[in-house]
Design a protein around this ligand. Structure first.
Ligand SMILES: [Zn+2]
Ligand SMILES: [Zn+2]
Length: 85
């Protein structure tokens, strides 16, 4: 399974990689950062996407999988999750 590391903007639907995300110091809290969409400039609108390559769903859960912890959508959690029993 190939993995991707992408974020999707709730506001405009733009999909980007971590390097494209705008980052700024939080105006009120020291040592905190806010993340912004490079497309529409909305703040904190970015959602982590399912890490399974090619999947365009927003990640809703995570599961231990082969190759390490996988952050993914419900569907892929079913598919790749290792059931510990
Ligand atoms: Zn956006
Ligand atoms: Zn998925």
């Amino acid at each position: 399974m190939e993995r991707q590391n992408k974020y999707k903007c709730e506001e405009c639907g733009h999909i980007c990689e971590p390097v494209d995300i705008l980052e700024a110091k939080h105006p009120f809290i020291d040592d905190e950062k806010v993340m912004g969409c490079p497309e529409c400039r909305e703040i904190d609108s970015l959602q982590k996407m399912c890490e399974v390559d090619g999947c365009n769903k927003v990640a809703s859960c995570g599961t231990p999988a082969s190759g390490g912890y996988l952050i993914c959508c419900g569907e892929h959690s079913e598919k790749y999750g290792r059931r510990n029993k």
